[in-house]
Structures are given as C-alpha cells and as structure tokens.
Ligand binder design. Structure first.
Ligand SMILES: [Cu+2]
Length: 145
C-alpha cells in the first residue's frame, strides 16, 4: 500500500471512530438518545393533555390524515412534557421545530419523547413523513407562555 494511501486510511478510520465515540457519549452520558420502544402504553384513539403538576404534563398525540390531536396546546414556560404519539391511520411524522424531538407515528405503536420547554414561544409541529394529499398542511403547535 502506498504511504499516502495508508495515511488517508488512518485519518478516515480515526475520524469515524471519533465521530462514533461522540455519538455514544451523547446517547449514554447526555441522554440524547433515539426513541426507544414503549410497551407499557397501549395505542390510543384520542389525543389529550394531562397535567400532573404545575410544570409537569403528559400529551397524548394522535396523528391522523391530516391533523394532530390535540391541536394548539398551551403550556407555561419551564414545563417538562412527556410526549406520547400514535397514529390513527397511516404512518406520519412528528417534528417539533427548534427542538430535537423527531418521532414517527406508526399505526399500532406508541412513540415517546420527553422535552423541557424552557423558552417561551410558538413551537410548530409538522408531519414530515408523506401521508397523502393533505400532507403539506398537516401541522399543529405548542404555545409556551
Ligand atoms: Cu401526516
């Protein structure tokens, strides 16, 4: 093997190793991990907001062609929200703009994410998985006051 080739290979492997170790660090140490499989919550057929404490919420999102339920939720700043998501028909996407909450709504399954809404503002939620003719209008929001 040519010496330059060897150098390029070592650099590439080293870079990928560094990249992978940062991913593992984020997932295991900082707890920024991909959604895990939720088995203790059965798929539900209606969306709702449940308040457990002043700054503690649970939102059950139901994605359907072509809306999210509940629509336009309002919560106070600093709230920690457990988000559960399921679909009532086809596969949908669920991304909260400006956050790292990025889930898929798959019929028969429940996806989960927890997010702390520290900053007041309007958090738009969009469906980013093609779901039919009304897909581009499928959105809702969380208003943080
Ligand atoms: Cu959709």
């Amino acid at each position: 093997m040519d010496k330059a080739e060897k150098t390029a290979l070592v650099l590439a492997v080293g870079f990928l190793g560094f990249f992978a170790s940062l991913l593992v660090y984020a997932a295991k140490v900082l707890n920024i991990d991909v959604p895990t499989c939720i088995t203790d919550v059965k798929p539900f057929t209606e969306g709702k907001v449940i308040q457990h404490a002043p700054n503690r919420y649970e939102i059950h999102y139901l994605a359907k062609m072509w809306y999210f339920e509940p629509a336009d939720v309002e919560i106070p700043a600093g709230s920690v929200v457990d988000i559960y998501l399921t679909s009532g028909d086809v596969i949908h996407g669920f991304q909260i703009d400006g956050t790292n909450v990025n889930l898929m709504a798959i019929p028969g399954t429940v996806a989960y994410a927890r997010y702390k809404f520290d900053k007041p503002g309007v958090y738009h939620i969009v469906c980013h998985e093609y779901c039919g003719i009304g897909h581009q209008d499928m959105a809702t929001k969380i208003v943080v006051k």
